[in-house]
Design a binder for this molecule. Sequence first.
Ligand SMILES: [Zn+2]
Length: 222
Amino acid sequence: MFAILGCFLSLFLMAHPVYASTFKTPVIVIDPGHGGIDGGTQNADGTVLEKDLNLIIAKKLADQLKKHGLTVELTREKDEDVTKYAPHDRGWGRHKRDLFGRVEFARQKQATIMISLHGNHGTNKSRGAVVFYQLSSPESYLLASELQTRLNRLTQSFHSPEKGKEFYIIRKPEIPSVLVEYGYLSNPNEFANLMDEKYQQKMVETLKEGILHFMIFYHLPR
Ligand SMILES: [Zn+2]
């Protein structure tokens, strides 16, 4: 379906050279949560840290999106924090510099949208994915809805997108941003799925489809 829509988009741009000349390739910033000394949450026996799973899924998602002609930037490509993009002279703690750094990275890259990836923690029965959106951004809500609908189908559970006011990462930027909690590491069944390569691929396809659908139907080029 996206191929057909892509054709329509190309035809539209060819027929409207004014638009074509000003059309900027969208930049998708993917932010694998945590990193470095901040491991995030972990599975029940503590053998896998969230930061590592976030990075695995982020890299796979980036590869998929690039195949569709989008520019993709990762806030980190290895096991490190993102404090290097934040000022060091304001007396901020490491955690605040890390979060600021992620937002600053997205600004510097002139991101069209930003997606933060996280694993969740709850009881051993908590399951499913939850997408948080920016209260002040209708586009953020639309992106969150596109992702949530598809993630519900994948995880066979029902969640609605949630307001993300407590997350610095999606509270500040002018860029439509969402935070995706893709599943519960505390649930042994869900964790086993998340470690499975085939499931990871399905997760990445799911996120990719939601992003592409949003970009085609709801994102107005600026
Ligand atoms: Zn996290």
